[in-house]
Design a protein around this ligand. Sequence first.
Ligand code: SF4
Ligand code: SF4
Length: 412
Amino acid sequence: MPKVYNWHLGREMDYRFAGGPAKRQFAAVFNINRCIACQTCTMACKSTWTFSPGQELMWWNNVETKPYGGYPQHWDVNILEMQEKANPGGQVWNATQKDPRTAPYGTFEGKTIFETADQINNMVTGYIPPEEDWKAPNIFEDTATNYPKQGVELPEHSGWFFYLQRLCNHCTYPACLAACPRNAIYKREEDGIVLIDEGRCRGYRKCVEACPYKKSMYRPSTRTSEKCIGCYPRVEGSDPLTNGLPMETRCMAGCIGKIRLQGLIQAGADGQWIEDRQNPLYYLVQVEKVALPLYPQFGTQPNIYYIPPRWVPRDYLRQMFGPGVDDAIAKYTNPSRELLAVLQLFRATQEIIFSYKVEPGPKTSEITVAGVKREIYNDTVIGYDSNGKEIVRVHVDEPLIERPAQVTMNTI
Ligand code: SF4
Ligand code: SF4
């Protein structure tokens, strides 16, 4: 079994193929703190790609309420339990020694879903959810753990829930790809998008079984599996709106809560990100480390990163996002001047931002955050496309626009 380097785990791991990482990688950062569960992303995807017969239970993008919700139900609890059973008590992190680039969260000392599989009957540990588990994508929506006490303050609430936005992670080491006996799944070198070749697929559902995030789905009407295609025509720049330049996916572009920022990251042959300090995603993930991968311990090196919710008990979040949670929440709660500016780029444009610059602005206020006094400046952040051309310019202070008292238009 070849060894590959997984920087989320801070170590090498077993994977079916030696090669794999793309030169440019589809990636995104989601700010959980801002999501309002409006499901616009979900419907943008559904109405574009999965509205046909046989796709009724298919939601490539979904937003579920944690801790009780899940699509399919209990997907994460089920795989976590299987992993724990395969390696009792051993699924732990050692966060005492870190390296900013090769082991930013420390080292995962447990076993990945590739390493708990027997490699004879199964390349990956997983399971196929029964049909009932796919039928209620929003069950337990808005269900909190208990009723919060009056006057509870951040950082943690006694009663809590949060929304988790999910789609295919276009993993650097996809479990779906490793499990396919027909070699029908491939990862594109130009953007890292993971696709199923429908002509080769015979519907064995090994990908459905293997994907720990359950983002490969079976379509009974065609007897093949299907999954998120990363809106690749938009990422390729085929949409006329951006004149040939890479554009964000439907779920990203439609986000009402402005929680999503998509990018294309330069990656090396070892799957690590090549330093690109002024790329907003590189900055958020590698420099500030304010956005973290979902269940990195599974071992697929997923490419959707999350700014964790501030109010949720840390043990729960550490299990979900690894040991980087406390630092990430501290940074987000009291952001640096640069971080505050970069956070304004979320949903400021449909074109993919490849680099940014911050221009300093005047001091506008002084506030106290978690007992720390800080000054707020109205800085300007400018986003550039893949050719270095300016595509967006936003300020830290949102403009206040007053409507005229008397409206003469649009009255009936
Ligand atoms: S999230 Fe699942 S379906 Fe998507 S690339 Fe990773 S393993 Fe494959
Ligand atoms: S569109 Fe944005 S705010 Fe609305 S549910 Fe989706 S991720 Fe959350």
